[in-house]
Design a binder for this molecule. Structure first.
Ligand code: EPZ
Length: 419
C-alpha cells in the first residue's frame, strides 16, 4: 500500500483548481440507468470511488466510456443484481437501488458494510421505497426491492440524525418514473441533491423544490438521455481552504462555487482568516490570529460533517480552546488518536471534541482510517515540525484527485512512496 510523506513547514502560495464533486458525480452516474439513451457527464473526478461506480454500471450491462473528465454511459439493457464484491467496497453504491427500481421495478444490492465513521443504516431509503409501493426483503446480506408498480405518495425522509442525502437521491430517482405525484418531506438540501435534480430534469423529469426540505416530483412515462457538468467539489474546496489557513501565505482556489462554501468560509473568517471571492475563485490569507471556534456539524446549510476532521486539524494548532460537536456521525473521530500522536491536545466527551490549541504539531507515522480523517492528517502534516508518514493512503485517493500533486503545486513538500 502506498504511503505519503508530508515534510512540514513549507509555506503554501499559489492557485489550485478544484475538481468536480465526488458526492454529486456518484448519484448522477447512477441516474444514467434511468434511460436507454446515451448520457454524457462532464467534470467527473478521477477517484477510486468513481471507478467503483463505473465498474458497477458496466457489470450491470451499461456501455461505459471515459476520456479524462468526461464519461459517456448508455444503459440500453440492465441487469438488476449488483455485484457484491464491488458494492461492499463503497457505501454510495446503495444509490443504484432507486434508478433500478424506477426503471426495472426491481433491484438487489448487498447491504452497505458499516465503515469507520460509524453505522451506516439505510432504513430511511427502504421506508421510502415501501411508501412508493415496493416490497423490501433483506436476505443473506442483500437487500432486494421489488414493485409491480410505483405509485406517488408523500414521504417523510427525516431520521434521528436529520435528513439523508443518498436517501433523498434514491427516492427522487425511483419517483421520477412512478405513477402520480411524490412529495418528499424532510428532504436533504445539499447542493449535490440539487445537482442530481437538475440532471434528472434535463432527462425529462418533473421536479420542483430541490434544495429545500420539500421536493415535489410528478412521475413521467420515460426519461431521455442528457448531458451534464458536475458542480465543483465543495469538500475538496473546504479542505484546500483549511490547507491555506494552516500553512498558507496566500492560496487561491479556482473553479469553485462560493455559494456552496459559506458554512465553511464564515467560521474561517471568524477565526481570523482573510477570505476574498472573485467570480469562481476564492483566496485565503492568514491574518495573524487563529481564534478558537465552537462548531456543530449539521446537514446543509449547516457546517458539514465532511469538514469536521479537517477543522480539528486546524483548531489543534489554533489559539485557546475550541469545541466541535458531531451531530451527523457521532462516532466520526478516528482522526483524533492520530492527531494526538502528533502532539494535539484534544479530549473527546461523547460526540464533542474539546481542542486545546498548541503552537506546533510534530511529524509522526500515522494511520489513515477514512477519507476525511486522512485529509486531516495531511493538513496537520503541512504545519508539523518534521515528517508525517501517512499509511493506507488509498483512503485519500477515494475522494481527492491527486491531493499530493495539487498541494506540491502550491509549495508543499509531499512525497508519495509506492509500496
Ligand atoms: C452522504 O452520505 C455523503 N456521501 C457523505 O460523505 C456525507 O458525510 C453524508 O452524506 C452527510 O452529509 C455521498 O454523498 C456519497 P446520510 P449518506 O444518509 O447519504 C443517518 C464523504 O466523506 N441515516 O446523509 O450516506 C446516517 O447514519 C462521505 O464524502 C439513517 O439513520 O449520509 C447519518 O447519521 C462520508 N438512516 C445521517 O443519517 C438512513 O437510511 C446522515 O447520513 C440513512 C442515513
Amino acid at each position: 500500500m502506498d504511503k505519503i510523506l508530508v515534510h512540514g513547514g513549507a509555506p503554501l502560495k499559489g492557485s489550485v483548481r478544484i475538481s468536480g464533486s465526488k458526492n454529486s458525480a456518484l448519484p448522477i452516474l447512477a441516474a444514467t440507468l434511468l434511460t436507454r439513451e446515451p448520457c454524457v457527464i462532464q467534470r467527473v473526478p478521477d477517484l477510486s470511488d468513481i471507478h467503483y461506480m463505473l465498474t458497477i454500471l458496466s457489470e450491470l450491462g451499461a456501455e461505459v466510456e471515459r476520456a479524462s473528465g468526461t464519461v459517456q454511459i448508455k444503459a440500453e439493457k440492465v441487469l438488476t443484481d449488483a455485484p457484491y464484491d464491488i458494492v461492499r467496497k463503497m457505501r454510495a453504491s446503495v444509490c443504484i437501488l432507486g434508478p433500478l427500481l424506477g426503471r426495472e421495478k426491481e433491484a438487489t444490492v448487498s447491504l452497505p458494510g458499516g465503515c469507520v465513521i460509524g453505522d451506516r443504516p439505510i432504513d430511511l431509503h427502504l421506508r421510502g421505497f415501501e411508501a412508493l409501493g415496493a416490497a423490501v426483503r433483506v436476505q443473506a446480506g442483500n437487500v432486494k426491492v421489488l414493485a409491480p408498480e410505483l405509485r406517488g405518495t408523500t414521504i417523510n425522509m427525516r431520521g434521528k440524525f436529520g435528513s439523508t442525502v443518498l436517501g433523498t437521491d434514491n427516492i427522487m430517482m425511483a419517483a421520477v418514473l412512478a405513477e402520480g405525484t411524490t412529495v418528499i418531506d424532510g428532504a436533504a438540501e445539499e447542493p449535490e441533491v440539487v445537482d442530481l435534480a437538475n440532471f434528472l430534469i434535463k432527462m425529462g423529469a418533473k421536479i420542483e423544490g430541490a434544495g429545500t426540505r420539500r421536493i415535489i416530483i410528478e412521475g413521467v412515462k420515460e426519461l431521455h438521455g442528457a448531458e451534464h457538468t458536475v458542480i465543483p467539489d465543495r469538500i475538496e474546496a473546504g479542505t484546500f481552504l483549511v490547507a491555506g489557513a494552516i500553512a498558507g501565505e496566500e492560496v487561491t482556489l479556482q473553479k469553485v462555487n462560493a455559494a456552496h462554501l459559506t458554512s465553511i468560509t464564515e467560521p474561517l473568517q471568524k477565526a481570523g482568516y482573510h477570505i476574498t471571492t472573485a467570480a469562481d475563485r476564492l483566496t485565503i490569507r492568514p491574518n495573524g490570529s487563529r481564534k478558537p471556534l465552537e462548531l456543530e456539524t449539521e446537514p446543509f446549510p449547516g457546517f458539514p460533517t465532511d469538514m469536521q476532521a479537517q477543522m480539528c486539524a486546524l483548531l489543534a494548532t489554533g489559539e485557546g480552546i475550541s469545541v466541535i460537536t458531531e451531530h451527523v456521525f457521532p462516532q466520526r473521530f478516528m482522526h483524533l488518536a492520530e492527531l494526538k500522536r502528533m502532539g494535539a491536545d484534544i479530549e473527546l466527551e461523547g460526540a464533542t471534541a474539546i481542542i486545546k490549541g498548541v503552537p506546533q504539531l510534530s511529524g509522526a507515522p500515522v494511520m489513515a482510517s477514512d477519507l476525511r480523517a486522512s485529509a486531516a492528517l495531511v493538513l496537520a502534516g503541512l504545519q508539523a515540525d518534521g515528517t508525517t508518514e501517512i499509511n493506507r493512503v488509498y483512503h485519500i485517493d477515494r475522494g481527492y484527485e491527486s491531493i499530493d500533486d495539487k498541494l506540491n503545486q502550491i509549495g508543499a513538500n509531499i512525497e508519495r512512496v509506492k509500496a
